[in-house]
Design a protein around this ligand. Structure first.
Ligand code: ADP
Length: 365
């Protein structure tokens, strides 16, 4: 065992019970000590916070209480080996491992262990730091780096496909104009529609993969919503859908990227149109100013959203439509969050309702 290397200017300080208790009690890392039988004999306040067991629940229990079963087995072997040989590979080193909370959650920890001989018996002490937040942040960072790499790859692929696709679309269109035979015309029209669909899919994908840069300008949200609705009105009315616009008469100015915000409204209006395409209904676009934010509601009287789908609506590529891309709402979420706002969906008594919340002040992302 290494010789003792603790020095103190005040002679009696080291043997002072108060000092030791103070250190153990105020430590922000868990301090847990076990005896030769692997039972917990010391357990501080931070251990209570980290593991969730109160000191009365932990003292006297096997250390297995705080460890996942496989780790507990290994730990017991280390202790037995040390008692036989006086050596252990885990003593005196800072290591990362797994521990278990009272609620069953297994979480990452950083541990440093030591062994001390007291009154002829060994006491093994571990200082345990909960590193779950740190690990989560590392994971997110890695995830966003990976996403950035995927984004770049996607942009390249989209670029490679887009140009030939545009050429194919142009050629088909020129053939279509000249074609007299109705049978062949029908086939060319079909090709053209599919090409258009792929072009839209590619532009959605590249939109999704690109980092979002907003061009924020003070914009009247009331007239912006009205303009977007007017673009959609003919399509809605043709499908037998009644259109209602409920908005205050005065201007409401917010820092907005006009074209990106319109894109969100178009996505919501298109979804509402598709939801009511079978039997008509009512579309309501409402703007409601509140104290700190403006709420924009897009309501339809379609079939509504099934409970399981509600959780996934904004996940990229989630679609229940035969020809959907599942990107509209995830792009909308990205745009609204970049404005410092929120977007979410719920069902109302007759259909689906999408709500956008926009703050009056947007911090530049
Ligand atoms: P897409 O329209 O290509 O499927 P979106 O991201 O716009 O992609 O929508 C994802 C899914 O959300 C849709 O497939 C649909 O299941 C659901 N959804 C969106 N809007 C509505 C709505 N107004 N009513 C019912 N379901 C909706």
């Amino acid at each position: 065992m290494p010789e003792k290397r603790v020095f103190c200017l005040e002679k009696d300080l080291l043997s002072s019970q108060d000092l030791l208790e103070g250190i153990i009690e105020s430590a922000t890392d868990a301090i847990v000590a076990i005896n030769e039988e692997h039972r917990i004999i010391l357990y501080n306040l931070a251990a209570e916070n980290i593991f969730g067991y109160r000191v009365e629940e932990a003292l006297g229990q096997d250390l297995a209480l705080l460890l996942p079963p496989s780790v507990a087995r290994k730990h017991r072997q280390y202790v037995e080996e040390f008692l036989k040989t006086g050596h252990s590979p885990v003593l005196g080193r800072i290591m990362e491992g797994k521990a278990r909370r009272k609620n069953g959650e297994i979480f990452p920890v950083q541990i440093s262990r030591s062994a001390t001989r007291i009154n002829g018996h060994w006491v093994f002490t571990a200082i345990v730091r909960d590193i779950s937040t740190q690990k989560e942040m590392e994971k997110r960072l890695l995830q966003s780096e990976k996403l950035a790499a995927v984004g770049m790859a996607v942009s390249r692929i989209v670029h490679e496909i887009k140009n030939p696709l545009i050429a194919i679309g142009g050629l088909v269109l020129s053939l279509l104009k000249k074609e007299e035979d109705p049978e062949k015309k029908k086939k060319l029209e079909l090709i053209f529609r599919e090409v258009q669909r792929l072009e839209k899919l590619l532009s959605d994908i590249s939109d999704f993969a690109k980092p979002l840069k907003l061009d924020l300008k003070k914009t009247d949200i009331v007239s912006l919503c009205q303009e977007a609705l007017e673009v959609y009105r003919p399509r809605l009315e043709e499908a037998g859908i009644e259109v209602k616009f409920l908005a205050p008469s005065q201007k409401i100015e917010l820092p907005i990227d006009e074209s990106r915000f319109k894109e969100v409204l178009f996505n919501l209006l298109q979804n509402a149109l598709e939801a009511m395409s079978d039997g008509g209904g009512t579309l309501e676009l409402e703007i409601r100013p509140e104290e700190e934010k403006v709420l924009i509601f897009v309501r339809d009287t379609g079939p509504g959203i099934p409970e399981e789908a509600l959780k996934q609506l904004f996940t990229p590529f989630f679609t229940t439509k035969k020809r959907g891309t599942g990107l509209g709402l995830s792009i909308s979420l990205k745009i609204i969050e970049a404005h410092g706002g929120r977007i979410y969906a719920r069902n109302h008594e007759k259909g689906a309702e999408f709500i956008i919340e926009l703050p009056y002040q947007t911090e530049d992302p």
